[in-house]
Design a protein around this ligand. Sequence first.
Ligand code: MG
Ligand code: MG
Length: 277
Amino acid sequence: MIYYKTPEEIALMRASNLLVSQTLAHLAQTLRPGMSGADIDREAETFIRDHGAEPTFKGYHGFPATLCVSVNEAVVHGIPSKEQVFKEGDVISIDCGVLLNGYHGDSAYTFALVDTREEVLQLLRVTKESLYRAIDQVRVGNRLGDIGFAVQEFAERQHGYGIVRDLVGHGIGRNLHEEPEVPNYGRRGRGIKLQEGLVIAIEPMINLGAKEVRQLPDGWTIVSKDKTPSAHYEHVVAVFKEGPAILSDFSIIEEAERQNDYLHEVKVLRAVKDEMP
Ligand code: MG
Ligand code: MG
């Protein structure tokens, strides 16, 4: 069953998702060659707890860390470790989740460390743009299939990349994973109609090579079968009458305030923000 959220709930979800976005921004400033997955994980956990929230992933089905850190051919669910030392040219996908005021935030970003190959940088650009093209479909009256279609059309048909089928986006709220599933492929005009109050995490996972993946013996890490690099970007998006609102993007608040839009939500959010440390 799908839980549609009230404006008050969406304001609370904005706070959770903004904290994830701030955590990722903080990590972006910290990340450098020579650091390890364990270093960046510790940094994230401290940041999240200092802001009065809890890391969602830690302990989720037994996952041992705050972040999923997936390097190069790792697609998602990589376990950060001391042995995993970042080097120049790496692409590092960091997926982060928090629980704040009873609601989950979830967002991911793929970072390129210095001197990454141009063809890999292009994969990152296309994956990120496919996410924004998908977000643009999050409108009342559109259907779930329009979202997946937007990703597939751009990343697969126009650019020839492999879209991972085995993992999908999801509804989010009081639970990290709720209905509906949000695949990164699909047919236009198919699936449920999007309604106000729907909140979903859209997260294209795209390989430079073929779409097939496998799981490593650690029971978590998903890698591309052909060992080509993979990219992953994720935003949590709410459906409003006026269009999509990206809850995990800090800049959108200023934009909303400028346009005098989502006013009720901004007001609730301000109250939440004022209470943040
Ligand atoms: Mg995520
Ligand atoms: Mg997610």
